[in-house]
Structures are given as C-alpha cells and as structure tokens.
Write a protein that binds this ligand. Structure first.
Ligand code: 6MZ
Length: 372
C-alpha cells in the first residue's frame, strides 16, 4: 500500500459531499441530535451501514445534505476533502459538487460556490493551485519548497459543477451560467449526476449543449443502471469523459471505443452499490487490456470508506498489475484532465521527476501536445 500512497495520482471523479470525513459526518450528526433536530435512531441505520445499494446511497446523500448545506460547513468540508487528497499525494484533483439553494440559511447556488471557494482559499497546510493561468503566463512548475527536511505538498484543484437529475432544465441552465461566471476561479466543467433511476437526461440537454458551446468541459454519469437508449444517446452526445459505464452492452462498448471517450472508473463504489457483481468481473480489465483511456477514481471516498491510494492497490491486486503499470495508469490520467495545457505540462514534469522510482521512463515530447 505504501507505494500507492507515495505515488503521484490524479483524481477526476470525486463528489464533494460524498468525500466527507466519517468523523465530520458523525460530529455534524451529533450536533443536530443535540439541537433536537433529529433522533439518532432515525438515522443510525443510514449512517452505519457498510454495503449500501444504490438506492440506499442516495438516502445517505439526502441525510448528508441536511447536515452540510450551510455556508460554513460547505467551506469546512471543502478544506478537509482537499487536505485529505493532498495527504495521499493526489497532485491534481477535479472536485465536483452540486450548487444548492437553501433558503432557510440564505444560500443561493452562487453563495454555495463562494463557500466552496472560501474553503479552497482557507487551506494553509498545502499549496493549492486553483486559479487558472492566464494565456501569457509562464509555466508555474516550480520545485516544491523544502521546509525542515520535508517537501511541502502542492495540489492543483479544479472544480466541476454538477447538475442533479432531480433538477429542472432552468435550474441546470443556472448551474451552467454560474460555471461560466466562476471560470476565473477554477471551474472547468459540468457533470451530470444524481440518482440514475430518476429523471430523463434529455431534460438537461439544452444546458449541456450550452455548456459545451461556451467551451466548458462535460462529463456524464453514464450506464450506472441498465438503460440502453440513454447510454447510446449519451455517447452520441460525445461528452469529454464519462463516469462508471457499468451496464454497457456490446454496441455501447463499440461506440465508446470508436469515440475514445475516457472513462472514470470507480471500483469500490461500483462493487459496494452492486452495479458490478464483483471486482474480478469489473470492466476495468476489459478497458485496460483494450488500452482504452481511463482514470481510477474514488467517487465518494467518505461514503465508501476508500481513498485513491486504496483504489490503486485494489486494481493492482485484483488485476495483477505491477508498480510500473500502476504508475503509467496514473500518469496517463494527466491526458484526460479538464485543466489547461500548462497544468498538464506541470503534471507531466511531476510524473517525470519520479518515473525512475517506479521502473518507468521519462517521457517529454511524445505526450506533450496531446489534448483531449
Ligand atoms: C450518481 C452521485 C454518485 O454534489 O452534494 N453522486 N451521482 N452516482 C453516484 N454513484 C454512487 N455519488 C454521488 O455530492 C453528492 C452528490 O453527488 C452525486 C449525487 O447527486 C449526490 O447527492 P455533492 O457535493
């Protein structure tokens, strides 16, 4: 496990509220119980359960949202989640979250995102790069400073704003407009997520099309449930990435491969929610062997008690991959990030600087100009 932790990693599919620390979730729950807002017996079966079906996971999200949807808590969770990813050497994090309106605490979608940004700015334990570089700025790659013999960690963070499948077309459009407004603060794209058994994704097509026209990147939760028509239509839309791809049929695999859309793979999440029967039959192996672009991700590290290092360890153990292969897998994820080419360049340098340690080679020019 140690080398999985020390290896630089790229996280492309992490939901903010799903990545909440257990200790924070418990503390917030106790606080509300203390105020008499809820009763422990009402929520313990939701919080303490280990294997949750997809349906039960969304019940837990509803509870988490009751606990977290005020400005200070959003700020706190953002800070903690980024610190946790940085502590296990995630060097680039694309964090996604659904902007929420909560009139009872004076929260608008805009102020929700402001609270997330406040969390980003409040981090002092690691260097956080979240403001995109301007066109003419030089590469920001600078060797990390050494303080008392320790190298200070640095993490690039970019944000995706999520559209929840419970929302209306108008609400989705508001999220996209907000993403455009927040671009100077590191918002790079839009995600469509939420309970896959709810809603029709075409409700969001106008907003997703608008996002794409305006140059935002789009990633879709695709094939989390068997829904052949939706999967086909989503692939026809050609998002820049998709998440999950659990219930794909032969024609979907063909379409995916011919369009080369990178897949965000969430091993633990899929096994825990039983959208894949067991790890040994996970489609990771199929895609990896086909050299299809993919990235290992956590999905909801808090809800599924995982972290990115664990996901790499599980993949290595389950599919017989060695350190060099895992390093290459991690390094290749750089090519699928939504941040600008200068960030990619900096990340390639980070990976190059440790390639030898993992039995890999330094690559500079071959990958330099590849963009998604
Ligand atoms: C679909 C998911 C998800 O946005 O409040 N979310 N959507 N499938 C999944 N697989 C298990 N895991 C999380 O983070 C929590 C929200 O992310 C989406 C759901 O909409 C959930 O409410 P935020 O930060």
């Amino acid at each position: 496990m140690e080398w999985c932790v020390s290896m630089p990693k790229i996280e492309l599919h992490a939901h903010l509220n799903g990545s909440i620390r257990d200790s924070t979730l418990l503390e917030l729950t106790k606080a509300l119980i203390g105020k008499g807002v809820m009763n422990f017996s009402e929520v313990e079966h939701i919080i303490l359960k280990y294997n949750r079906s997809l349906k039960e996971v969304f019940k837990l999200f509803d509870l988490i949202h009751i606990l977290t949807t005020d400005h200070n808590t959003v700020t706190r969770i953002t800070r903690e989640v980024i610190e946790d990813f940085a502590s296990e050497n995630v060097v680039y994090l694309e964090l996604r979250t659904t902007p929420k309106k909560n009139d009872s605490v004076g929260m608008s979608k805009h102020s929700y995102v402001e609270a997330v940004l406040k969390g980003l700015r409040s981090i002092t334990s690691v260097d956080v790069d979240f403001i995109p570089h301007c066109e003419d700025s030089k590469t920001l790659f600078t060797p990390a400073p050494v303080i008392n013999g320790h190298v200070r960690k640095k993490i690039f963070v970019r944000l995706l704003l999520s559209i929840d499948r419970r929302e209306t077309t108008e609400a989705a459009m508001e999220t996209v407009k907000l993403a455009l407004e927040m671009r100077p603060y590191g918002v790079v794209g839009i995600d469509l997520s939420g309970n896959p058994s709810i809603g029709d994704w075409t409700t969001y097509l106008p907003a997703l099309k608008f996002a794409r026209e305006q140059g935002l990147y789009v990633t879709l939760h695709c094939g989390e449930l068997p829904n052949s028509k939706e999967i086909k239509n989503m692939l026809d839309f050609r998002p820049q990435r998709i998440g999950h791809a659990c219930f794909f049929e032969d024609e979907h695999w063909r379409q995916l491969k011919s369009s080369n859309i990178p897949v965000e793979i969430c091993l633990t999440s899929n096994v825990r929610t039983m959208t894949v029967p067991s790890i040994d039959v996970h489609h990771f192996a199929h895609l990896y062997n086909a050299k299809h672009p993919l990235a290992l991700c956590t999905d909801d590290s808090g809800v599924f008690s995982t972290c990115l290092s664990k996901e790499y360890k599980i993949a290595a153990d389950s599919f017989g991959l060695g350190r060099r292969e895992m390093f290459e897998l991690s390094r290749n994820a750089v090519e699928h990030i939504f941040a600008d080419s200068k960030v990619k360049e900096d990340l390639r340098k980070i990976f190059n600087s440790v390639a030898k340690k993992y039995g890999s080679v330094t690559t500079v020019s071959s990958l330099e100009n590849i963009c998604i």
